[in-house]
Design a protein. Structure first.
Length: 240
């Protein structure tokens, strides 16, 4: 079965990376929720995609320049990662897309979130071999998802015990998925992003094709549509 993940929650029906988006994703049947991890100036891990507030509030300041209280004064819907994990607990797994490159800051995030990281329901998405290795060293039992731009790094991820690899929709094919699975990696397809559609957006026909290739998961903005398409594909395969 292909798992369905809500990109920044079910972000087609609610503001991205908010409690409303996370709760909607759960209500619509998401197997997991993806959100972004950044640190505020006072060291609080928050669910915030952009490095700064330019897109959302026409404010050039970065998240790291603001304390949590200051960030919430500008963006009242700001959610801490701990709050997101509390909402998801018992309902859906959580993928943390770590926007943090510095080892010290990444270790701080792990320390702050420590109580939530047992049990295998929280995974860290990393953009480099070095960050993946750090997660494996600090949290040997925590799933790691490679978000690498250079797919040739994925064999190294498999060798270190990383469990998941991301492919962009544009790069996905039955062969590409199978090759990664043969390395022992599970494959998440990120809908949209590099082609005609925005990140997380995908047409019904394209989604149906993806599901025929049997990825381990698909991540998209419209959880309800994703779950319905997945369930349709399951029933079709049973009766054909």
């Amino acid at each position: 079965m292909t798992f369905i993940g809500g990109h920044r929650g079910s972000s087609i029906g609610a503001v991205e990376n908010t409690l409303a988006a996370f709760k909607l994703a759960i209500a619509e049947g998401a197997d997991f929720i993806e959100t972004d991890l950044r640190l505020t100036r006072d060291g609080i891990p928050v669910a915030f995609h952009d490095a700064n507030l330019e897109r959302l509030h026409d404010d050039p300041r970065s998240v790291t320049e603001l304390d949590l209280a200051e960030l919430r004064a500008i963006h009242p819907q700001t959610v801490t990662i701990a709050e997101a994990l509390e909402v998801a607990a018992g309902h859906a797994s959580v993928l943390l897309d770590t926007k943090i490159a510095e080892p010290q800051a990444l270790r701080h995030s792990i320390e702050v979130l420590g109580p939530w990281l047992d049990g295998g329901t929280v995974a860290f998405g990393t953009r480099s071999i070095a960050a993946s290795e750090l997660i494996r060293q600090e949290l040997p039992d925590c799933p790691v998802l490679g978000l690498y731009q250079d797919y040739s790094d994925y064999p190294a991820l498999a060798a270190m015990g990383g469990l998941w690899a991301r492919l962009w929709e544009e790069d996905a094919s039955a062969r590409a998925i199978a090759e990664l699975q043969e390395l022992g990696l599970k494959v998440i397809i990120m809908a949209g992003g590099r082609g005609a559609n925005a990140v997380g957006q995908i047409s019904p026909d394209a989604l149906a094709t993806l599901l025929e290739w049997h990825p381990d998961a698909v991540m998209l903005n419209d959880v309800k549509t994703g779950v319905a398409a997945r369930d349709t594909a399951i029933h079709r395969s049973i009766f054909t």
